[in-house]
Design a protein around this ligand. Structure first.
Ligand code: CA
Length: 234
């Protein structure tokens, strides 16, 4: 389904311009002409992204931004601020109250579309996966941060959990040690590729029936590791 964008703006010409250009790009659009209506509209049909003018009648854009961020449902929704006031102070306050990006009026619609796309892409990458991952006897629940094997809860450290969850979410894909370091350890590069082997061994000892002949976390010789693919008998 196409992504839904909520435009919060009190100038009807700007609403029309943005709506036309974003619909042409395949987005679904709703709009609100003041801050209170914006909050009501966001609750009625939660948007994937909000384009928010700062100067609005009633609740101003900064207050709308604050209130959206206070609500768990919108804590991660990208917010792109529009303002006629190009002052650095406004930009800083906007980002401080939780906006993700900022465009100064007058803007080109091409610029806005590009920013919208970039924010949605970034949000998709960063979105925490909430769905349980089930493979064979294993159930990984990212919300509860728990792992069970054949109904028995397993204790994993935070890193072991991230490693297992990452690999199981991409089952069948082969990862080199460096790729796992980038995707699981991120910026903590005090570890070496060999540390990956240590963590893999620990995870196997906890989840595999026979850690020496792992069914789930498989070694691909000369390449790295993969979590058993959907076609494997588990
Ligand atoms: Ca305005």
């Amino acid at each position: 389904m196409s992504k839904k964008i909520l435009i919060v703006e009190d100038e009807s010409d700007l609403i029309k311009l943005l709506k036309y250009n974003l619909e042409k790009e395949g987005f679904r659009i709703s709009y609100a002409t003041d801050g209170s209506l914006a909050l009501a509209e966001a609750r009625r049909d939660p948007p994937d992204l909000v384009i928010l003018d700062l100067m609005l009648p009633g609740l101003d854009g900064l207050e709308v931004c604050r209130q959206l961020r206070r609500n768990d449902r919108f804590a991660q929704t990208p917010i792109l601020i529009l303002s006629a006031r190009g002052e650095e102070a406004d930009r800083v306050v906007g980002l401080e109250v939780g906006a993700d990006d900022y465009v100064t009026k007058p803007f080109s619609t091409r610029e806005v579309v590009a920013r919208v796309r970039a924010l949605l892409r970034r949000n998709e990458r960063a979105a925490p996966q909430r769905e349980k991952v089930r493979r064979g006897d294993i159930v990984i629940d990212p919300m509860a941060h728990s792992v069970s094997v054949a109904g028995r809860l397993i204790e994993l450290s935070a890193l072991e959990f991230r490693l297992l969850h990452y690999m199981a979410s991409h089952s069948g894909m082969v990862f080199s040690r460096d790729q796992l370091l980038d995707n699981v350890w991120g910026n903590d590069r005090t570890v070496t590729p060999r540390s990956v082997d240590v963590y893999i061994r620990r995870v196997r000892e906890k989840i595999e029936l026979k850690p020496q002949e792992p069914a789930y976390v498989q070694t691909i010789h000369g390449v790295g590791y993969r979590f058993a693919s959907a076609g494997d008998e588990l």
